[in-house]
Design a protein around this ligand. Structure first.
Ligand code: AMP
Length: 458
């Protein structure tokens, strides 16, 4: 049980005041664990996904560390970039900076966000006024560095947020170029929802003797979130989705698709059926994405159709429902997607529409989250072409009829995406694991070796 308060974590009164205003009463587990580590000046490797309160876990101690440098002066020279927060997507960049601004509101620390997709010239004047905390996507930051509109030689704190997604998105070369420009003497923090070998390698390269913190990875999917799978042929998915979206509990829903094409097509179909849907994906301009997100947050749009890239970092409080129209092929993406709901203690529902072809991915997901998800074979009445489908066709309970043949196919027992996930969950690995702990038969490496992976070899 976590009974620490923010005051116990020795945060400055200015920061505590902002937290009280934001309605935060108790630190989340990642905050309770990470804040003391960051305040002690150590490097940190934290395993935490969106929805655990990870932004405040790095932003609050970061602000606290920078407080001695806060200045009311208007001179840009008094406001060099001292903390750099790198994030994979524009949406996440905007949200992280909004949080930083909110927490910093009673300090004299300034923050700014820079990301691609908007005219770089609009960002330059703001950079020139001087900011202590810069939140950036790697590509746009490189543009600014090339144009010499920002200097990083006074950076004392670096945060790599959602590092796994940054690698997935191919940002490794950009990260290397940026990190080479930072002072060697600095504190570095890395947050990642997953720990692939590439992430371990990245942490070896950029962190020095980091403390390793992890908050419940698989439990996070099951505690607050009711998960359910509908087994449904691909051609019936749309009718089932329309029915689910017309349900009473579907007031604000994110629907995930695998491709931009499906997202656009589905949006148009739903709109034609009178459902207030809009799409957010990489093909839409930054301002369109922001507008859509705002409309969704304000409840003007009730269904947001999103691809995985757009999903990262969407911070919508108390979102009641997430629907996977197509389940992701990477099991970790499932965890990220459903993490949009059931946040900060609220309850949520995550429904997945799974066709026979997708069942193999479902096996990987269940293995990763160590949970067998409740399943129902959906019956969607067949409607001849050209006729509208019934709006809410009643569905028989699963037991009362023969399930479709396709679902009797044995599903291949594929190993999980990364064997690391099969290891028993250990909350914080700062000491060797006790020798009595039962080895997991799936483990590729013993848990006690993990801290060594994070040490510099030289
Ligand atoms: P994050 O994981 O950083 O995306 O945060 C998820 C959500 O939880 C955000 O809406 C935060 O504003 C909220 N949050 C973070 N920390 C707390 C806290 N200690 N108490 C209440 N809400 C929080």
């Amino acid at each position: 049980m976590n009974t620490v308060s923010f005051a116990d974590l020795k945060l400055a009164p200015e920061i505590l005041k902002a937290l009280t205003e934001a309605g935060y009463t108790t630190p989340t587990p990642i905050q309770a664990q990470a804040i003391p580590v960051v305040l002690s000046g150590e490097d940190l490797m934290a395993g935490a996904q969106t929805g655990t309160g990870k932004t405040a876990a790095f932003a609050l101690p970061l602000l606290q560390q920078l407080m001695p440098h806060a200045s009311a002066s208007t001179s840009p020279a008094k406001h060099p970039v001292r903390a750099l927060i790198l994030v994979p997507t524009r949406e996440l960049a905007v949200q992280v900076e909004e949080s930083v601004k909110m927490y910093a509101k009673y300090t004299n620390l300034r923050s700014l966000v820079v990301y691609g997709g908007v005219d770089i010239k609009t960002q330059t004047p703001h950079l020139k006024t001087g900011v202590e905390i810069l939140v950036a996507t790697p590509g746009r930051l490189l543009d600014h560095l090339e144009q010499k509109t920002v200097l990083l030689n006074q950076v004392q704190m670096l945060v790599l947020d959602e590092a796994d997604r940054m690698l997935d998105m191919g940002f490794m070369p950009a990260l290397k170029r940026i990190l080479a420009l930072l002072p060697r003497r600095r504190q570095s923090l890395m947050f990642s929802a997953t720990f692939s070998d590439d992430i371990k390698k990245l942490s070896e390269d950029f962190l020095i003797y980091p403390s390793l913190i992890e908050v419940a990875r698989s439990n996070a999917t099951s505690e607050n979130i009711k998960q359910k799978v509908y087994l449904v042929p691909s051609e019936d998915k749309h009718a089932l989705l329309a029915k689910l979206l017309k349900g009473d509990d579907a007031k604000q829903v994110i629907v995930f698709t695998k491709t931009k094409l499906t997202a656009s097509r589905l949006t148009r179909q739903l709109q034609r059926e009178g459902i207030e849907a809009d799409a957010i994906h990489g093909d839409r301009s930054q301002s369109e994405r922001q507008q859509t997100l705002e409309a969704f947050k304000q409840g003007k749009v009730s269904v947001l159709i999103a691809t995985d890239v757009a999903a990262r970092g969407l911070d919508i409080d108390h979102l009641p429902m997430v629907i996977n129209y197509e389940i992701p092929h990477a099991a970790e993406d499932y965890v990220h997607r459903i993490g949009r709901t059931g946040r900060a203690g609220a309850k949520g529902t995550a429904l997945s529409l799974v066709s026979p072809e997708e069942e193999k991915y479902l096996v990987d997901i269940e293995k990763l989250i160590k949970t067998t998800i409740e399943k129902e074979t959906a019956s969607v009445p067949h409607v001849p072409r050209g006729e509208a489908r019934p709006q809410s066709a009643p569905r028989e309970p699963r037991e009362s009829r023969e399930p479709r043949q396709a679902y009797h196919k044995p599903v291949p027992n594929k190993p999980a995406h990364d064997p690391w996930f099969d290891q028993p969950y250990v909350p914080k690995v700062t000491e060797p694991a006790p020798s009595t702990s039962k080895p997991d038969i799936h483990s590729a490496k013993p848990k006690a070796q993990i801290p060594a992976l994070f040490r510099r070899s030289s």
